[in-house]
Write a protein that binds this ligand. Structure first.
Ligand SMILES: [Cu+2]
Length: 88
């Protein structure tokens, strides 16, 4: 996520519960589910114009996530083309 952005934590959510966050900075925001990160339960949100910031080549997330989680992040290009990218 952008350096100036604040991180967030929804705490545990039960089915049908929801959480919302407002991004003040343009950028690519990666998130993951703490109990299911090993199963690749992750998400990526793009806010702003990736072409203008060279984000389109962004692939796996950085950090110490399990390999399965890192592999699960969709390409920014695919998100911009399809809007929503779901895993098969
Ligand atoms: Cu989960």
């Amino acid at each position: 996520m952008p350096k100036a952005a604040k991180s967030w934590d929804s705490d545990y959510l039960l089915p049908d519960e929801s959480f919302s966050v407002t991004f003040a900075e343009q950028g690519v925001y990666d998130y993951y589910c703490i109990p299911h990160e090993h199963a690749g339960m992750v998400g990526r949100i793009v806010g702003g114009e990736p072409e203008a910031h060279d984000w389109t080549k962004l692939t796996g997330a950085k950090g110490d996530l399990p390999e399965e989680a890192v592999k699960a992040f969709p390409m920014v290009e695919d998100i911009m083309t399809k809007g929503i990218v779901r895993r098969a």
